[in-house]
Design a protein around this ligand. Structure first.
Ligand code: FPP
Length: 233
């Protein structure tokens, strides 16, 4: 969800106003994904690197997150959307952790869609934490080295139980992965758009999905193999 700061600066506003406007885009995209029957939507809302931003910006983002979680709870419940969070949650302030705990437990039984927020998240850090868990299990004798497989490693990631993303969208003209879902995005399609996040709405989301639908995904196979429905992937 990139480009909030630039959106605000272009209008002579403080950067935090861009984040405020970014919430509108969050609502539009969540609503659209739910209408379309998308089962999982993950939003990169705050990276581990974002802790280094000016204090006022970090505090504003934390406040926006807390308000979003409390304000959107009735709508998430109405739409049967489950809230999930990935990242180092323990680094977040107590008032955000409490909002997460409250909204996650209130939506735990919802099955129509899972909305995951990546908060204090960094892909490399997630991989290291998963490796550490596997090492701890090995040292304690609970598993052997041979038990560490792609599947068992994935089960130690924050995204355990979630499908890998089919599509990753990045706004604001940045053409980088920036530490997002490094393991999980191995076969994802990418759509990069110049649109700044506060200007990204339903029409832009549908356009990205349309672009995705025209991609031919081969998962390392030949075009002919990839067309066969019974090829394991
Ligand atoms: C990146 O744009 C955006 C962020 C660091 C924060 C994204 C947060 C929101 C959209 C609001 C809160 C989110 C939720 C889910 C309630 P940038 O500030 O780096 O923009 P720039 O590259 O133009 O400076």
């Amino acid at each position: 969800m990139d480009g909030n700061g630039r959106w605000a600066t272009q209008r002579g506003l403080p950067r935090v106003e861009g984040h405020r406007m970014g919430i509108r885009s969050v609502r539009a995209v969540v609503e659209c994904a739910r209408e379309l029957g998308i089962s999982h939507l993950t939003l990169y809302a705050f990276s581990s690197e974002n802790w280094g931003r000016p204090e006022i910006e970090v505090l504003t983002l934390m406040g926006l997150l807390r308000d979003f979680l409390f304000k959107e709870l009735p709508e998430l419940s109405r739409q049967r959307i489950r809230l999930n969070v990935i990242g180092e949650i323990e680094r977040l302030p107590a008032y955000v952790r409490e909002a997460i705990r409250h909204t996650m437990s209130a939506t735990a039984e919802n099955t129509e869609m899972t909305l995951s927020l990546a908060l204090s998240y960094a892909g490399r850090n997630e991989l290291v934490r998963a490796a550490r868990r596997a090492a701890e299990d090995a040292v304690a004798g609970r598993i052997s080295a041979a038990d560490i497989t792609e599947a068992s490693f994935a089960a130690r990631l924050d995204t355990a139980g979630m499908p890998d993303p089919d599509l990753v969208i990045r706004t604001s003209g940045e053409i980088r992965i920036s530490n997002f879902l490094l393991w999980q995005a191995a076969y994802a399609e990418f759509v990069f758009t110049e649109v700044l996040w506060p200007d990204f709405g339903k029409a832009e989301f549908l356009q990205a999905l349309d672009e995705y639908s025209r991609r031919r995904r081969r998962f390392g196979l030949t075009s002919e193999q990839a067309l066969q429905p019974d090829i394991p992937r």
